[in-house]
Design a protein around this ligand. Structure first.
Ligand code: 13P
Ligand code: SF4
Length: 402
């Protein structure tokens, strides 16, 4: 048994998560030098980029993109800010973007406007000759950081000690995890899932084995398992700072799902109280939330789904309809702008962008594009050949199911 003896420590990305929260509804880009006054980690780039106004950045990004032509594809997650997402050749949720990355064999450079695990996934799915670039190297994910490889390896070894039979536990990881965890899933008959296919992948997992180890988001794991009819008393939480995750061997043997104790700091801000307030204000409101929200919030909402799902239901909603949304503010603001005939607002009265997604400022995008144009490779995301091949198996299992 692995004896965990380390003090509880929050990932730095988690501590930084509320850094950009504001009471303003909109968060327009300012020159990078001004945004850098917010006390989080920033990647240093040449000083000429720091003082460019949003308009100057816009003109220069257009110029360099035209020069680069088909050599570069820009992928953008829906949580990216407006000044960045407008340059994306493809916009999507994690699932759509991973499919896109797997379908771009002729592109030399994939510039991923999203966070680190997304660029890493693109690298796993891309051809070895392609280069994947993350514009700001400090754009991580606090949830992914809650499952470091060493802790997950220890947990897996402990679980296999208690449950040695083949397929007694199937590891499933949410896309929002490091490549090494995807590889562990690939090597052990497991798979990757995203918020848009978690139910399908979990159903598949229960066809493969007896129970599931779900990493790293306890909320997506719990919400999905409940949808499949797994009762709460068959779900246990794995706290990596405790021996056996804080469980007894009997509890582990009796469980149907072991939920890693991780969460998204953006989505755990959404509460049942906020839903009640929205319903009091607009009795006809439709409440739609992301499955990274806590169970109580998901159960109090009218609908739950990935960012792609949220976009679709609101875009297809009737004119005059009212939508209270529990997901990242950059997407909610965009949906409100794109649907002027509807009332669309964020459940949280404070605007709290995902602080790592938000760190992809247009100045970083311009910098990496300029570097490609000058044949200088910066911020390339790489994955070792060994990890890449096992992680690829887990990702392909997901893509084949969808
Ligand atoms: P999806 O893109 O799968 O909806 O996930 C949201 C998210 O938190 C990405 O980090
Ligand atoms: Fe990670 Fe949450 Fe940000 Fe998504 S929204 S990148 S899960 S911190």
């Amino acid at each position: 048994m692995t004896i965990r003896n380390k003090p509880y420590s929050l990932p730095l990305t988690e501590i930084e998560q509320t850094a950009f929260c504001s009471t303003e509804d909109d968060l327009p880009a300012k020159p990078l030098s001004e945004e850098m006054k917010v006390n989080v980690r920033w990647q240093n780039i040449p000083s000429d980029y720091l003082h460019l106004t949003p308009e100057e950045l816009d003109n220069r990004i257009h110029e360099v993109r035209n020069k680069l032509g088909n050599k570069v594809t820009v992928l953008g997650h829906h949580y990216q800010r407006e000044e960045v997402i407008k340059y994306a050749d493809f916009q999507g949720d994690s699932f759509l973007l991973s499919k896109e990355a797997a379908a771009l064999p002729d592109v030399e450079y994939i510039v991923f406007c999203g966070v680190h695990f997304m660029a890493e996934t693109a690298c796993i799915l891309a051809d070895d000759s392609q280069k994947v670039i993350l514009p700001n190297i400090t754009a991580g994910c606090s949830m992914a950081d809650m499952a470091p490889m060493e802790d997950v390896d220890d947990a897996w070894a402990d679980l296999k000690n208690i449950l040695p039979e083949e397929n007694s536990v199937i590891p499933l990881t949410y896309m929002n995890s490091i490549a090494g965890i995807k590889a562990l899933c690939g090597r052990n008959n497991g798979a990757v899932c995203t918020s848009s296919n978690a139910k399908k992948v979990m159903e598949w997992a229960y066809d493969q084995g007896e129970r599931v180890l779900f990493l790293p988001d306890q909320h997506l794991g719990r919400n999905t398992a409940l949808e499949l009819g797994i009762p709460l008393d068959k779900m246990i939480l794995w706290n990596p700072f405790k021996v056996l995750g804080g469980n007894t061997p009997e509890q582990i043997k009796e469980s149907k799902i072991i939920l890693w104790q991780g969460h998204c700091s953006v989505h755990t801000r959404f509460t049942t109280q906020q839903i009640e307030t929205a319903r009091n204000r607009y009795p006809q409101v439709n409440v739609v939330v992301h499955p990274e929200c806590p169970m109580e919030t998901v159960q109090a909402a009218d609908m739950v789904g990935s960012t792609e799902f949220i976009r679709k239901v609101i875009n297809e909603g009737e004119s005059g309809s009212v939508w209270a949304v529990g997901t990242e503010i950059s997407l909610v603001n965009r949906l409100a702008r794109q649907n002027p005939d509807k009332t669309v607002f964020c459940l949280d009265p404070v605007s709290c962008p995902c602080s790592t997604m938000y760190r992809i400022h247009p100045a970083y995008l311009l910098w990496v594009l300029d570097c490609i144009n000058e044949e200088q490779l910066v911020n390339e995301i790489t994955v070792s050949a060994e990890v890449k091949s096992s992680a690829n198996i887990a990702l392909r299992r997901m893509l084949d199911l969808a």
